[in-house]
Design a binder for this molecule. Sequence first.
Ligand SMILES: [Zn+2]
Length: 105
Amino acid sequence: MSSDGTVGRGSEASPGPPDTATCVGVVELVTEYLEDALEPDVRARFEAHLDDCEECEVYLEQMRATIVAAGRVDVEHVAPATLDRLVAAYRSAVRARRNPGANGV
Ligand SMILES: [Zn+2]
């Protein structure tokens, strides 16, 4: 058969895409990290990634400031949809930081 639709995008010209999977993991774990609720294992990897990823470090600082301002973390009230939005917002923030010139409409 000659109908293979497996190749969606064959022309990816990204020079060096960030490890978004790991960054998404950081976004999802950040509240637990700030509550000191992570396994030592996970926490170590989390911090290792922060060491490596400036964007996540900034994100963590922003989350910490938000939580300090709010007084507490409502982890149980964070719906998956909210996490989705956080990740989306986070991604566009990273893009904006990487393309300061692409600010026009
Ligand atoms: Zn990251």
